[in-house]
Ligand binder design. Sequence first.
Ligand code: GLU
Length: 323
Amino acid sequence: MPNEIGQETLERLIRDYRPYTKQGAVAAYIPELAYANPHALGIAAAGADGSILKAGDADTSFTLQSISKIITLMVALNDCGPERVFSKVGMEPSVDPFNSIVKLETLDHKKPLNPMINAGAIVIASLLSGGGSVDARLQHLCDTVSRITGRSSIRFNEKVYESERRTGDRNRALAYFMKSTGIIDSDVDVEKTLDLYFKACSLEVDCVDLAKIGLFFALWGKCVESQTDGTCSTKEIVTPEIAQIVTTIMITSGMYNHSGEFFLKVGLPAKSGVSGGIVAFSPNRYGFGLFGPAIDAAGNSVAGVKMLEELSRSHRLHLVSPH
Ligand code: GLU
């Protein structure tokens, strides 16, 4: 049985790996993200027993960015079913950057490779954006995140959203291109879809929220609720089958075009975002939330990935292990 994670472990990780923040840079292509402190570093761990540990800048708020893609995928699977979802988006990892357009034209089926690259997530947003206002659709996503994290309200960061909307021409190009090839249905309002996508990317969380999201997937779609008598119970939000699909996609595609290397070294399902957040989890045991806005060329937090490598090694969390 792997040893338990303690407060000292998390403090040590922050101490030992903060120097690695110097090796990355904050994302600047969304201008508002460039204001983040490049040396910030936080980590939280949520245990299946309801315990929460945190260290470093774990209380700092940041936007989900691409981490929102696991939430929108899950909601789409729940609302539309896997068959419809995977008629629009593939299941294969991508060796191209997250915002690449190239494969949309060269692949026979025209589908984005997977739901974790921007094109795939925009298609997913198109499935969610029909019927009802963008705000009602967004509220559905926020309510899901609220239930998982136990936070009374989840909001989007207006400045980050505006910044994304103003500078989002590449995403706009992906969306209109996919409408031209019929991947986005002809009756879909592309601007509404993009609005939902940008707002979902701008939802604000902290490391503890991410750790709880990780734990929710670790428990196969159940969130942990504390009772008034101090005990905990779990509540199913999506079926284990849906959690299993999202988990598998996280393993194959969650860390952009470094997903293979990440899984080899860390061996945990994870999803990162260009704001520097990473959600990861050890099935049935822990959820982890990390934040370190200095990212590498692929879009992953440099120090965040290093901390997960160390945590996986020291606590034998790798899912493919001879021990
Ligand atoms: N909102 C970002 C974009 O569309 C998300 C990218 C990311 O976190 O990978 O470019």
